[in-house]
Write a protein that binds this ligand. Structure first.
Ligand SMILES: [Zn+2]
Length: 896
């Protein structure tokens, strides 16, 4: 199961619940999955078809969503298609019947209208599951009831014995039981994950809707634009969508719009541009983005109180699906609360009306909340929340200094009371501000003792105070008649006051500026990365790689995130892999990505890192902890003959001397030592990593000799012939010495390379093999180091080269070991306690790993294959990993 995960999705471990759900599906059981956005729900229905080789049918409410998912799945090498009115390829249906798709998406309309013969044909070839995505749409108690979902229960009678899976990100217990009944789920496995989206910051701000509020809001949006990442702005009306988009354009920012009254072509285009990062902002009604798959949305701003807390949770949940810090701000005005009747018009029954009212009231409360917003959200969905302060919402983080507003509160409440509670807020505020409008003079309010007592402060300030008094229960607002009056609690307060003395009343008001931090001008993504310890250069590299991904995506006509996610890019930046094996080892890199974009990505990392002065192949703590990688694989450079490559591997990797390699017992006849040296030099010229100090030590090339040879080359003035150079030099300087200096010069190296374990800057050729430094304090490193020490003695490793690189036999003239077969037999008989020195080859590793269903650790593998060095074992493992033959999970290697 894990092998499918790595191969197609690039991950080496499942997230919570995923595996259990998949197992239940494979066992033929029904399931109900309630898990937050971004927790990997879709994987639960995407993996079973890859294991069972039967089609998974997925019911999804939105065509654009299906198209996005199909696009992303194809990028993972998964056969996926969709069936609905928008499908222009007429062959899809018959192809689907033949069972060629792993995953087939259908709209509920299509699923309930397609003929029974379609289902029976598909049943014949095999259906592994029927998934109903956004399953809350089936419930009248859900916030998004859709009539066509009600038809789906009919499929239960057609698809007998096919496991049904309902999936949703938002469902209270009531909605959950409704889904189970409506879909006729039989004793379903219930997986309810946490609703906590830890990377999301929640905040709320009040506004005074009206012409100026749009401008205020646009200002806030512009601050978000300054940071990177996509932005979704949800409006409660089409009018607002159009107005905000227009204001943004006037401010010089282009945005896409999306609402139900647009033609479907225009909607699709808008969606497409947003998904592909061609536009940064989407201004939309809630018609946009149900189940949107875009993982890198950084801000979701709501303009207006949403119609339910469920929909708010879901819409804001489209933010930061990739786990990177993101923001959800809600901008509301109290007049939004008057929309209850409007929303209730949708109700088709009394119970539905009640459900709509309940959810809307919850959303209102969320707006006016003065305690932790996360806690409120989580508890609404039935989660128990032990803390009071999450530390990551506006109420928990933005200090709200309370000030004593007793005098002003007394004035406002007394004025409202004197005006008889028959007016909205504007009139009493105008009275306090000293207005002599006709309305005020006619009603003789200009004769009230409070008239003009509050003209020092703005009308806006008074309105903010009023909203605080409302939320603290001192004032009551009648939303229907738009009037404001003093509540019993307010009357209590008034009765304890005299014009000269009021008891203290502390309220968090008067801090408009402080609360103005929607999104700020901060680049949250970059801030987040910085907080994770990325240097300035690494941040630069991150931005550049995002750009590279964008151009790859444009060329392929797909969304950037479909190539790989931001988190994966972050790992590229931290590890800066130079080889495909290292790239493959990164979480999030799947086989398709490696095959299709691997070379281009490596090239970019190489070039950009060089430009920024960053070294390649960094073992970050992240990689050590997650991947426990000690050596990298080699890729045989195409230009390098196998015999040369083998010689270099034996010298560099196995630590054999030139003399031992030349006289290796596996050869039909010994070869000259100089020939081996020549081979290794050729490998170095092709970019293979070299330890020049060791090399010069073995051939006896001193620093003085190096200087003499350089001088001789200069004197001769040509490198074409060795003889004239040799003639300029003392007897003891050999041709091998001269060849070495020439090779080093060609590689741009000086004699300094002989002094220390100098490595060429490693132009990141594909054949670089090097042992990577591991932080000393790491447990893993000391563990591995001790293993390496135990195995220091160089041993024959001819067998591995012979069996792993069959082609090399002919070229290098080496002969196979006769005992290869008996060796394998012995390994099989006694996998744990081998007394002989078993040599590691690709075949022998694969065969041996087959014995361990749960995989086996690197140290155990090294222990078993005592006949090879730890480095060469690790190298072979790397090769196998990059070829997707094996994979690593929890530091254990397993067969794919
Ligand atoms: Zn909080």
């Amino acid at each position: 199961m894990e092998s499918v995960l790595k191969k197609h999705f690039g991950y080496s471990a499942f997230r919570p619940y995923q595996k259990q759900i998949i197992e239940h599906i494979l066992d033929g059981n029904d399931s109900l999955v309630v898990m937050a956005t971004g927790s990997g729900k879709s994987l639960c229905y995407q993996v079973p078809p890859l294991i069972s080789n039967k089609t998974a049918v997925v019911i999804s409410p939105l065509i654009s969503l299906m198209q996005d998912q199909v696009m992303a799945l194809k990028q993972r090498g998964i056969r996926a298609e969709y069936l609905c009115s928008a499908q222009i390829d007429s062959t899809v249906q018959s192809k689907a019947e033949s069972g060629i798709f792993h995953i087939l998406y259908m709209t509920p309309e299509k699923a309930s209208s397609v003929s029974n013969s379609f289902w029976s044909k598909l049943l014949n070839v095999g259906i592994c599951l029927l998934a109903v995505d956004e399953a809350h749409c089936i419930s009248e108690w859900g916030h998004n009831f859709r009539v066509e979902y009600k038809q789906l229960d009919k499929l239960r009678d057609v698809l007998i014995n096919v496991p049904f899976v309902g999936l949703t990100a938002t469902a209270t217990e009531k909605v959950q039981s409704d889904i189970i009944q409506s879909l006729k789920l039989k004793d379903p496995y219930l997986a309810v994950g946490s609703f906590d989206r830890k990377n999301l910051f929640y905040g709320v701000k009040t506004s005074n809707h009206g012409s100026s509020s749009v401008f205020e809001f646009v200002e806030e949006i512009l601050k978000c634009v300054a940071s990177s990442g996509s932005i979704i702005i949800y409006c409660t009306s089409i009018k607002d969508v159009e107005q905000i988009s227009k204001s943004l354009l006037e401010a010089g920012v282009k945005s896409g719009i999306y609402h139900g009254r647009m033609a479907s072509k225009a909607r699709e285009e808008s969606h497409r541009l947003f998904i592909r990062d061609e536009i940064q902002i989407m201004v939309a009604t809630i018609a946009f983005g149900m189940g949107i798959d875009k993982p890198d949305v950084r801000h979701v701003l709501h303009y207006g109180c949403p119609k339910s807390l469920e929909s708010y949770y879901q819409e804001s949940g489209r933010c930061g699906r990739d786990g990177i810090a993101s923001n959800c701000w809600l901008y509301y005005n109290r007049s939004d609360f008057a929309k209850a009747d409007f929303y209730c018009r949708e109700a088709q029954s009394e119970s539905q009306r009640k459900a709509i009212m309940e959810s809307f009231m919850a959303a209102q409360q969320y707006c006016m909340l003065r305690t932790c917003r996360r806690k409120y959200l989580l508890e609404y969905f039935g989660e128990i929340c032990a803390y009071e302060n999450c530390g990551y919402c506006d109420n928990c983080t933005i200090p709200k200094k309370e000030i004593d507003v007793s005098k002003q509160a007394f004035l406002l409440m007394a004025c409202i009371k004197s005006c008889g509670g028959r007016w909205g807020l504007n009139l009493p505020v105008d009275v306090l501000r000293g207005s002599r409008s006709k309305k005020i003079v006619d009603a003789r309010y200009d004769k009230l003792p409070f008239h003009s007592l509050g003209k020092e402060v703005s009308a806006n300030w008074w309105k903010i105070l009023a909203s605080q008094l409302i939320s603290f229960g001192f004032l009551t607002e009648n939303l229907k008649y738009k009037t404001i009056s003093v509540s019993p609690e307010g009357m209590n307060f008034l009765s304890s006051c005299t014009p000269d003395h009021q008891p203290p009343l502390l309220l968090p008001v008067g801090e408009e500026e402080q609360q103005n931090a929607i999104g700020g001008g901060r680049d949250f993504n970059m801030d987040f990365l910085k907080s994770e310890g990325l240097s300035q250069e690494e941040l630069e590299l991150y931005k550049m790689l995002l750009g590279e991904r964008m151009s790859l995506a444009r060329a392929a006509g797909i969304a950037p995130y479909a190539i790989c996610g931001d988190q994966t890019i972050k790992k590229f930046v931290l590890t800066r892999p130079s080889t495909k094996a290292r790239l493959a080892n990164i979480d999030g890199v799947n086989q398709h990505l490696l095959g299709k974009y691997g070379d281009r990505i490596l090239q970019s990392i190489r070039d950009l890192s060089k430009g920024l002065g960053l070294s390649l192949d960094v073992v970050s703590t992240l990689q050590v902890v997650n991947n426990q990688k000690i050596c990298t694989a080699s890729y045989h450079p195409k230009e390098l003959a196998p015999a040369r490559f083998q010689a270099w591997k034996m010298w560099h990797e196995d630590g054999l001397s030139f003399q031992k390699i030349a006289n290796f017992p596996g050869r039909s006849a010994p070869i000259k030592e100089q020939t081996v040296v020549g081979y290794v030099l050729d490998a170095a010229r092709e970019g293979c990593v070299m330890d020049w100090m060791r090399f010069s030590g073995e051939i006896g090339l001193t620093e003085d000799a190096f200087i003499n040879i350089e001088a001789a080359i200069l004197k001769v003035g040509s490198k074409d012939k060795l003889r004239p150079i040799k003639d300029e030099l003392p007897e003891e300087v050999s041709y091998t010495h001269i060849r070495t200096v020439l090779a080093m010069q060609d590689l741009g190296l000086t004699r300094d390379a002989l002094l220390a374990n100098h490595r060429p800057s490693n132009e990141a050729n594909d054949c670089s093999i090097e042992t990577v430094e591991i932080p000393k304090q790491s447990y893993i490193s000391s563990h591995v180091e001790s293993k390496i020490c135990e195995l220091k003695e160089p041993v024959n490793c001819m067998a591995e080269h012979l069996s792993s690189q069959g082609e090399s036999k002919a070229v290098s003239g080496m002969q196979d070991f006769d005992d290869q077969h008996s060796l394998r037999k012995r390994q099989k008989v006694d996998p744990h306690k081998n007394l002989i020195s078993v040599k590691a080859t690709e075949d022998s590793i694969i065969e041996w790993l087959g014995n361990f269903e749960n995989g086996i650790s690197l140290s155990d593998i090294v222990e078993h294959f005592k006949g090879s060095t730890a480095e060469s074992v690790a190298h072979l493992l790397s090769c196998l990993e990059s070829e997707f033959v094996i994979y690593k999970k929890n530091d254990h290697y397993k067969l794919l």
